[in-house]
Design a protein around this ligand. Structure first.
Ligand code: ADP
Ligand code: MG
Length: 151
């Protein structure tokens, strides 16, 4: 497996991060899974905020920290926004029926997963990784994908 960078960009504000996601949203259709990597406060939830806006929805996007899953259905494509932070492992996610969202054949929307590390092994479908790194007040956003192999 080889990791290929699709895009690497530095943003200087929350607004700029949202604008990157908003533009990305215009290019994507259903059946896509994104993982979001980055520390607490990196901007993962704001990335989803911009994305939902880019799909043409004015819904209020909030962190699914406690709900685990928030659904936004008013845009061009439904968005399933997970935060796995409070889960212990993939088995817990499976008990909650989250597996069905990682079957690209049946997926009828776009999935975002904050803290995918918590459910290692559950996201076994091909997906796009969005990594957000803090550099002082700025953020480095790297969007990448794995190619080769069956995954
Ligand atoms: P996460 O979901 O990764 O925990 P949030 O999106 O909830 O992060 O919060 C990101 C925080 O960082 C917000 O308070 C936001 O205003 C701030 N911030 C500062 N600079 C940026 C930037 N360039 N991109 C995104 N967020 C930023
Ligand atoms: Mg968050």
């Amino acid at each position: 497996m080889t990791k290929i960078d699709i895009l690497s960009v530095i943003t200087k504000s929350e607004k700029e991060t949202m604008a990157v996601a908003e533009k990305l949203a215009k290019t994507v259709g259903k059946g896509v899974v994104f993982t979001l990597l980055g520390d607490l406060g990196a901007g993962k939830t704001h990335f989803v905020k911009g994305f939902v806006k880019g799909l043409g929805s004015n819904e209020l996007v909030t962190s699914p920290t406690f709900t685990l899953l928030n659904v936004y259905e008013k845009g061009r494509v439904p968005v399933y926004h997970f935060d796995m932070y409070r889960l212990e492992n993939a088995a817990e996610g499976e008990e909650l029926g989250f597996n069905e969202y990682f079957d690209l054949k049946s997926l009828d929307g776009i999935v975002f997963v904050e803290w995918p590390e918590k459910v290692e092994g559950m996201i076994n479908c091909p997906h796009i990784e969005v990594k957000i790194e803090k550099i002082d007040d700025r953020r480095k956003i790297t969007i990448s994908s794995e190619i080769g192999g069956e995954k």
